[in-house]
Design a protein around this ligand. Structure first.
Ligand SMILES: [Zn+2]
Length: 353
């Protein structure tokens, strides 16, 4: 697909994120953008790695009888456009990711996919890093890092266990519903648990996967650190919106943020530095800790273990000790004090055949 300008009017990712199970995809979104060759160079690293290899790496990490992996369509080139005009009912957030477009799962997931990532101004981005990670980490606040994470996130929605994957038991045998149809991950987990775990899978994945890209010699160590820092900042970006909405329902991405920062802090990959009054990142530990959580999440998905999924989510969102460990109150308060507002300006990524 060759283009300079891109125009799309469609009912893409337009749901109102008011908690799990309330998605309403009946709205539409207008996107108008211009091809961006600079950003395209960054995206080529994903094409170079290859989608089948991404799936294979994930299967190897899972090391599970319940998910054997599958063959992924041949290489699909990514295209990158800079958003000039976006209107309609797109999903807006206070974090670094504004939304993306459907279809993002199912058998056609890798065939055609549009992705929108937000782009904060450099000043705003640096202000955000300074607020939570301190002056020492502003050097990692580069444009493109969070967009690379968004792209990884969207690609992996189409890989590993997902919505329509059939649940298998410990012997690798398909499980069936009473009507004889195969039981899918979404059915087994229930939409509420599935939504959080699917977003958690796609978010933990980049903290782990970027190390693979580095080891493959496609990006350097510095770039991997920038992407990992952007990933950690993403967790803050959603936690500052608070965990529960006015009706007491858990917010999907904030829950993922709590799982991310919580697990990284439990394992010492992120810690709070009292002296600096900011959070520290141990870049050597981030990929392994994220990989371990990714293994837990994807295995729960593959086995359709709803109870284990709910317990995992609760342990990071309802446990007072954990919330104290990540300094949840402090995170929310700093956003208010530092007047951190929603980001503006967006990129659109297009994957097409
Ligand atoms: Zn997602």
């Amino acid at each position: 697909m060759d283009f300079k300008w891109g125009l799309r009017i469609a009912p893409d990712e337009t749901y109102w994120d008011e908690g799990a199970g309330t998605n309403a995809h009946a709205a539409y979104e207008i996107f108008f953008g211009l091809f961006d060759p600079n950003a395209q160079r960054m995206l080529d690293s994903f094409n170079e790695f290859g989608y089948q290899r991404m799936e294979d790496e994930l299967v190897e990490l899972m090391n599970s009888k319940e998910y054997a992996g599958r063959s992924i369509a041949p290489k699909v080139p990514l295209k990158f456009a800079r958003a000039i005009f976006v209107d309609g009912f797109p999903r807006m957030s206070h974090g670094t990711v504004a939304g993306f477009a459907l279809p993002n799962w199912g058998p056609h997931a890798m065939a055609k996919k549009w992705i929108i990532g937000s782009m904060a101004s450099p000043e705003r981005r640096e202000h955000f890093y300074r607020t939570y990670l301190g002056e020492e980490y502003v050097q990692y606040a580069v444009g493109g890092a969070s967009t690379a994470n968004t792209v990884t996130h969207e690609i992996f929605h189409g890989l590993g266990p997902q919505d329509e994957t059939q649940v298998r038991d410990e012997h690798g045998q398909t499980k069936y519903l009473e009507n004889g149809e195969p039981l899918t991950v979404r059915q087994a987990l229930t939409p509420a648990v599935h939504q959080v775990l699917e977003e958690a899978k796609a978010s933990f994945v980049y903290l782990w996967f970027d190390k693979k890209v580095e080891e493959a010699g496609i990006i350097d160590a510095r770039t991997r650190k920038e992407r990992n820092a952007a990933g950690v900042i993403w967790a803050f970006g959603h936690l500052l919106r608070e965990l529960f909405n006015a009706e007491g329902k858990i917010k999907t991405y904030s829950a993922v943020g709590a799982m991310m920062l919580g697990s990284l802090m439990q394992e010492g990959a992120v810690s709070y530095n009292e002296q600096r009054g900011a959070w520290d990142i141990d870049f050597d530990r981030v990929p392994d800790v994220a990989g371990e959580m990714l293994r837990r999440i994807t295995r729960i998905q593959a086995t359709g273990d709803r109870e284990a999924g709910q317990a995992l989510i609760d342990s990071y969102t309802k446990d007072a000790e954990l919330l104290k460990l990540i300094r949840y109150e402090d995170i929310v308060k700093r956003a208010r004090d530092a007047k951190i507002r929603p980001t503006v300006g967006r990129y659109q990524v297009i994957i097409d055949e």
